[in-house]
Write a protein that binds this ligand. Structure first.
Ligand SMILES: CC(C)(COP(=O)(O)OP(=O)(O)OC[C@H]1O[C@@H](n2cnc3c(N)ncnc32)[C@H](O)[C@@H]1OP(=O)(O)O)[C@@H](O)C(=O)NCCC(=O)NCCS
Length: 170
């Protein structure tokens, strides 16, 4: 296991984040290859509420983004998690987990109510994420759409990620 240093994205990290994201998703079967473009679009729209990088021996080896999500069209203190990427040669050493935990802590400190993501249940359940029929995302099988409340009761409604998630590679 590696204990990476986690810090906020800084000016100049953009290109490395883009290449790590592209490299991480290139072998993911359900990926549309747009994850790096999504991060750029969120940044452009000032919607990267939290954007963290993981450093190992001074090099950026992972990244996670959090952006505002809406429920039934309203901002209710909920955030979308992702994209999450770890450089392929550094996967399975705990770096992804460190990024998720640090990001969740940051969101809690900002007063967020909770967050949602699309991902594999067997990875995200370790952080407390669970599919719940009260929150839905159009077009996504319910078991892959997972939510984590930071305390209050889970709201009910249809979630939309930030429009930046519609970005395509230029
Ligand atoms: C998914 C990802 C971010 C995990 O980061 P990581 O640093 O490799 O993961 P960690 O070391 O924190 O955790 C390792 C655990 O995750 C599991 N895991 C790794 N990749 C996984 C994946 N794609 N799906 C499900 N589980 C995965 C490992 O089997 C291991 O499980 P175990 O602890 O039960 O043995 C990383 O593998 C990655 O960048 N994958 C490609 C991009 C991607 O799929 N992003 C997430 C989209 S939902």
């Amino acid at each position: 296991m590696t204990t990476p240093t986690i810090r906020d994205e800084a000016t100049g990290d953009e290109g490395t984040i883009r290449s790590i994201t592209t490299a991480a998703f290139v072998t993911v079967p359900y990926s549309q290859g747009t994850e790096a473009a999504i991060i750029d679009a969120l940044r452009r729209d000032e919607a990267l509420t939290v954007s963290l990088v993981a450093l190992d021996e001074g090099e950026i080896v992972g990244h996670i983004a959090f952006s505002p999500a809406t429920i039934d069209g309203e901002q209710r203190g909920w955030f979308g998690v992702g994209p999450l990427s770890v450089r392929p040669d550094r996967q399975n050493r705990g770096i992804g987990g460190s990024l998720v935990r640090a990001g969740l802590e940051r969101l809690r400190a900002l007063g967020a109510k909770g967050c949602v993501l699309v991902g594999k249940p067997n990875y995200y359940e370790r952080f407390g994420f669970k599919a719940d029929a009260r929150l839905t995302l159009d077009g996504v099988p319910p078991q892959y759409f997972q939510a984590l409340s930071f305390g209050g009761e889970l709201p009910r409604g249809s979630v939309s990620f930030h429009p930046g998630f519609g970005a395509k590679d230029e």
